[in-house]
Design a protein around this ligand. Structure first.
Ligand code: NAG
Ligand code: NAG
Ligand code: NAG
Length: 419
């Protein structure tokens, strides 16, 4: 039983959060009917970078063959069924010059069939194709930028049958050019009449100079990168999580159907993360309502990483139709408790063990202390989803939930109200 003092403490905590996060939603989203739940797919960058050496590394270079192989596997290995629909090309697909009509063109050696044929192939598999361009004079890797060509590039992508555009912010000389460029490209995509998800890096490039205007960004983009590129390391994933929680008062409320904060790709299935660290990335990307772009080699992925990326229950949390992003609720003795409100009065709760030495540590949660004190009122059903699924049964409002978490690991729960 809780004492009266404890209870007041929880009520106080609840009201502070209510001020910060239960703010008025309803900032207008980009009106293209897309990304009503966070976009899911595969993006080549983190795993394949700008490998253009098809002579020596034919299997790992940025070529139509790579994307066709991934498309095949996305269907045959259950990725599409799990919800991963967008197969996305990042930088380094282009030829170094535009064609005689001023249009972007794919590198003719690496994409002999061109993007249009690749799009047909991808569509024939029931998937969608994403592509990459840049708001400035060059892409980050030095290929032609879209500055001065927003309309023609939008039209080219639409004509090819592209379904998503990742628009980077390198080689852009002024903030005005950057902000205007993102707006112009968004409007140019709209004018093509084709439904194209618009993935922006606008706030990432604005932030060093001034606070991004998220109200505005949400009106033009379906998701937006706020922070550095993810790399294949725990350090990188930790920094992204720290940045997200430190800035949650600014970014959490702005997310919702049609517009999401993008903490960058899932690196699960690669080299840099231990099992517990991979579980942490998956659990927290679900809590944060993040777009789920895997960047891994689907031809060589362990059954364990595959099962984690295809975990239906965790994906369902990420894709919850209420569309509210979760947040860090409290940090205590090297534990972090995160929570996310879900539809039908359900909640997701993640407990991270930040300690990077020793063994598993126990943490006890009063069920009143999560889900704004009402998740479990008068009772709830709790299921542990990660690291393994376990139905934990019925809990009363005054009860506690005891859990054990591995170092750098996370335990993810779903709380279903039994009103
Ligand atoms: C373009 O924008 C208008 C209004 O903002 C919207 O109704 C329409 O669906 C959009 N079209 C596309 C293709 O996104
Ligand atoms: C692109 O280059 C031109 C010519 O140097 C320059 O005038 C323009 O401002 C540049 N645009 C961006 C977005 O950097
Ligand atoms: C942010 O953009 C919105 C929509 O364009 C605008 O109404 C608002 O004044 C801007 N806020 C700031 C601080 O510039």
């Amino acid at each position: 039983m809780m004492s009266q003092g404890q209870r007041l403490g929880y009520v106080f905590e609840f009201s502070v959060l209510a001020l910060v996060f239960w703010g008025v939603p309803g900032t207008r989203a980009l009106d293209n009917g897309l990304s009503i739940t966070p976009t899911m797919g595969w993006l080549h960058w983190e795993r394949f970078l700008c490998n253009v050496n098809c002579l020596q590394e034919p299997d790992n270079c940025i070529s139509e063959q790579l994307f066709m192989q991934m498309a095949d596997l996305m269907v045959s290995d259950g990725w599409k069924d799990a919800g991963y629909q967008y197969l996305c090309i990042d930088d380094c697909w282009m030829a170094h010059t535009r064609n005689s009509k001023g249009k972007l063109q794919a590198d003719p050696k690496r994409f002999p069939g061109g993007i249009e044929r690749l799009a047909h192939y991808v569509h024939s598999k029931g998937l969608k194709l994403g592509i990459y361009a840049d708001v400035g004079n060059k892409t980050c890797a030095g290929y032609p930028g879209s500055f001065g060509h927003y309309d023609i590039d939008a039209k080219t992508f639409a004509d090819w049958g592209v379904d998503l555009l990742k628009f980077d912010g390198c080689y852009c000389d002024t903030l005005t050019h950057l902000v205007d460029g993102y707006k112009k490209m968004s409007l140019a995509l709209n004018r093509t009449g084709r439904s194209i998800v618009f993935s922006c890096e606008w706030p990432l490039y604005v932030r060093p100079f001034h606070k991004p205007n998220y109200t505005e960004i949400r009106q033009y983009c379906n998701h937006w990168r706020n922070f550095d590129d993810v790399s294949d390391s725990w350090q990188s994933v930790k920094q992204i999580l720290d940045w997200s929680s430190s800035n949650q008062a600014t970014i959490v409320d702005i997310a919702g159907p049609g517009g999401w904060n993008d903490p960058d790709m899932l690196i699960i299935g690669n080299y840099g993360l231990s099992w517990d660290q991979q579980v942490t990335q998956m659990a927290l990307w679900a809590i944060m309502a993040a777009p789920l772009f895997m960047s891994t080699d689907l031809r060589h992925i362990s059954p364990q990483a595959k099962a984690l990326l295809q975990n239906k229950d965790v994906i369902a949390i990420n894709q919850d139709p209420l569309g509210k992003q979760g947040y860090l609720l409290r940090k205590y003795h090297n534990f972090e408790v995160w929570e996310r409100p879900l539809s039908r009065l359900a909640w997701a709760v993640a407990v991270r063990n930040l300690q990077e030495l020793g063994g598993p540590r126990s943490y006890t949660i009063s069920v009143t202390s999560v889900g704004r004190a009402v998740a479990c009122k008068p009772a709830c059903f709790i299921t542990q989803l990660l690291p393994v699924k376990k139905e934990l049964g019925l809990f009363e409002w005054t009860s506690t939930l005891k859990t054990k978490i591995n170092p750098v690991g996370t335990v993810l729960f779903q709380i279903t109200n039994q009103a």
